[in-house]
Design a protein around this ligand. Structure first.
Ligand code: RI2
Length: 322
């Protein structure tokens, strides 16, 4: 156990998960959500709390450590919220058991949601279609996997997705599914859009107005796709819906280390420059044809109805309560 800022014991496993999320060893909005929930389970298992109050204080401290890792993917706080919602018990043992149950139920639902979403997304894809992808999204891959299982033959242009080249992960996953993959640099996307039937992207957060917050480069791709008349579809489980945006808050865009863009020696050679590395951008709803979720397909402008149904008007942050 490690002492947190609040002088409360936080399990080593929680710190390890937080580090892995921060360094993107664990990445992708759904994967981050599952890892954060499991880390709360590990916190509960490792707790040596002597009272329910102490146990709850530790759980809140662990959630804050996880919450502070990456700011854009709302799946992380949504996962923490889900686990906290069901934590009940008058003894430490009962609390521990309820965290465990809540974590496994959350992970089960996440898995089911992705499979259900995959079936909805696959309905859009026809045999012989060509896709264009950006970054690496397990929600997107779920749609493709289901379509392939239905016997559809697909091909894909895969953008490499600078600066971390997460398109390579997509290229490998699609190849394993039997999709015919062509890797392109990001700036080549417009050239090939005429040959593409669907642009398929994931999301880290969806705002109440239907804006899609996804890996940097998505918004430019969407504008180009609209210009070329190529439909752009976002595959996002409802855990990506950002409840705070219902009350006018905006989504924080993560700025990452400049070393992901350029090495120190390369930068020195160029001279005095500023390097900016935003990880995400915002695509306005008018450039998105549909958001595919496990609850069906929605025009982006109507996603707010689903958001209200799932979250109500406001959300709590149980890890900030004292
Ligand atoms: P799934 C990723 O962010 C990408 O932006 C991707 O579209 C999104 O998460 C959703 O991923 P990062 O964590 O939940 O790589 O669909 O920065 O797997």
């Amino acid at each position: 156990m490690n002492r947190s800022e609040d002088d409360v014991d936080v399990a080593e496993a929680v710190h390890r998960t937080a580090e892995d999320i921060g360094s993107m060893e664990i990445r992708g909005a759904a994967t981050i959500a599952a890892a954060a929930a499991k880390a709360l389970g590990e916190q509960a298992a490792a707790s040596e709390a002597e009272s329910p109050e102490e146990f709850r204080a530790e759980l809140r401290a662990a959630a804050r450590v996880l919450y502070d890792t990456r700011p854009t993917a709302v799946s992380l706080p949504n996962a923490l919220r889900y686990v906290f919602r069901d934590v009940e018990g008058e003894t430490v043992e009962r609390l521990r058991a309820s965290v465990r149950a809540s974590v496994s139920e959350f992970c089960r639902r996440l898995d089911t949601a992705q499979k259900d979403l995959g079936r909805v997304g696959a309905n859009r894809l026809r045999d012989g279609d060509t896709l264009l992808t950006h970054c690496h999204s397990t929600d997107v891959l779920a749609c493709v996997e289901t379509a392939v299982e239905q016997g559809k033959s697909l091909s894909a242009y895969v953008k490499e997705t600078r600066p971390r080249n997460q398109g390579h992960i997509t290229a490998e996953a699609l190849t394993e599914l039997g999709v015919d993959v062509t890797l392109i640099v990001d700036s080549a996307a417009r050239r090939y859009l005429n040959e593409v039937d669907h642009v398929l992207v994931g999301a880290d957060s969806i705002a109440a107005d239907g804006s899609v917050i996804n890996k940097i480069g998505t918004s430019g791709l969407a504008v180009n796709a609209r210009d070329r008349g190529t439909p752009i579809v976002c595959a996002a489980q409802t855990i990506k819906l950002h409840p705070d945006t219902l009350t006018g808050q905006t989504v924080d865009i993560e700025m990452r280390d400049e070393r992901e863009v350029i090495s120190e020696s390369e930068e020195r050679e160029i001279g005095e420059i500023t390097v900016l590395n935003p990880a995400f951008d915002v695509t306005p709803p008018r450039y998105v044809d549909a958001i595919v979720t496990e609850r069906g397909q929605f025009p982006p402008e109507s996603i707010v109805t689903l958001m209200r149904e799932l979250f109500g008007e406001s959300t709590s942050e149980p890890w900030t309560e004292t």
